[in-house]
Design a protein around this ligand. Sequence first.
Ligand code: GLP
Length: 242
Amino acid sequence: MKIIVVKDYEEMSAKCAEIFINQLKNKPDSTLGLATGGSPVGTYKKIVEAYNNGEVDFSKVKTYNLDEYCGISILHPQSYYYFMHDNLFNHVNIVEDNVHLPSASGENFVKQCDEYNAMLHEAEIDIQLLGIGSNGHIAFNEPGTPFDLETHVVELTDKTRQDNKRFFNSIDEVPTHALTMGIKNIMAAKQIVMLISGANKADTVLQLLNGPITEEFPASILHKHPNVTVIIDEAAYSKVQK
Ligand code: GLP
């Protein structure tokens, strides 16, 4: 696991965007694994800037997202479908057919997981972007999720719903369930880049870097992946330095 400590969110976003921009320059038909949440927003902004400057082209790029909330329409501003279009896809020349997110719009969530999982088996993700939940979750794989699980329906923990409440009007609006790539799907990516920013993730960083590999802290599995870069800002790294 390669650790890069940067000054702040801005620098983290610039560093991560640089990795993705180089990936697209070297392989214009890359398959990207993408994430939502606050952590990647700055990265997407910088990738859009690079697109506007003519540095990157998305016409041959394919994307697969990690997860989606159950029970909210894709038109809801907090759906991950909406988030991805708002932050990235609407601003670049990606072909909509090349954009993939788990669909949680129907009623048969298990079937929708199986369909998404089948798509993932056909894909080969060159580089996967990840954030991390304060409890160590990756995508929506909450503590206790078996490492060998593939795409599945998950009941969100109270901690995750509280953490994500800031994007909704109230806790009652935060969905209780989501569809998520499993840890096995994530580990299949050739390369993984994780972003961690802010003092509220300082204990999370400590656990990630110093704790054991355990299903109780899902991100700990990344120590077993051969090509992981974690970009951490000083606030999130503050407890490691003490
Ligand atoms: C959600 C997403 C994760 C994300 C996490 C952290 O739970 N499903 O993919 O990593 O939030 O989000 P943030 O970057 O806002 O801290």
